[in-house]
Design a protein around this ligand. Structure first.
Ligand SMILES: Nc1ncnc2c1ncn2[C@@H]1O[C@H](COP(=O)(O)OP(=O)(O)O)[C@@H](O)[C@H]1O
Ligand SMILES: O=C(O)C1=C[C@@H](OP(=O)(O)O)[C@@H](O)[C@H](O)C1
Ligand SMILES: [Mg+2]
Length: 172
């Protein structure tokens, strides 16, 4: 029975938005990577990256996975977009949760994150996203138990697709 759903995907795919909508619909709790990392380290993600570098950020994101896997179910969680760069964390995630890849076209991601204050984007968000996407896309596919296309769909539609595919009975 599915009782721990973890959303993965690129920044801007909608992990936080869909995750909250899905948790609301199911009346489950929601744990967001950014919040778990802030709780574990006392620092917002951007600040953590600035102070401890990429290795420090990835280490905290890996610990956030363990926190999510140890938290009492039922729950929905949004993982760090970069978790696919950590093979050991991916193996734990896949073994301990129902992993859903929110797959978005590159153009959708560019549209959603350009102008926001996210790591890696610099002054060429489209180029940065294209490079990240090329490296990560096959890994998200491998990691996930379910792939859901999110372009041109509301967050609520995406949540419905996940509920149906995972065979979760709402309200039972
Ligand atoms: N299905 C959707 N349709 C339209 N906009 C969306 C959808 N999902 C997310 N968004 C918007 O895209 C942006 C990024 O979403 P967010 O949930 O923060 O993504 P992530 O957590 O994966 O980085 C937000 O402005 C959010 O409102
Ligand atoms: O692309 C990445 O490596 C990251 C993107 C951001 O996450 P979102 O996908 O929630 O924006 C950031 O907070 C995360 O820790 C690292
Ligand atoms: Mg997010």
């Amino acid at each position: 029975m599915v009782e721990r759903i973890v959303l993965v995907g690129m920044m801007g795919a909608g992990k936080s938005t869909v995750g909250r909508a899905l948790a609301d619909r199911l009346n489950w709790s929601y744990l967001d990577n950014d919040e778990v990392v802030a709780k574990l380290t006392g620092l917002p993600t951007r600040e953590l990256l600035a102070q401890r570098g990429v290795a420090g950020l990835r280490a905290a994101e890996s610990r956030a996975v363990d926190e999510v896997l140890a938290a009492p179910p039922p729950l929905v969680a949004g993982a760090a977009a970069g978790i696919v760069e950590d093979e050991a964390a991916c193996a734990r995630l896949r073994a301990g949760a129902y992993v859903v890849y929110l797959r978005a076209r590159l153009e959708t991601l560019v549209e959603r994150v350009t102008g926001t204050d996210r790591p890696w984007l610099g002054d060429d968000p489209a180029g940065a996203l294209r490079r990240l996407y090329a490296g990560r896309e096959p890994r998200y596919q491998q990691l996930a138990h379910l792939v859901v296309d999110v372009d041109d769909r509301s967050a609520d539609d995406v949540a419905t697709a996940i509920i149906n595919a995972a065979g979760i009975g709402v309200g039972r």
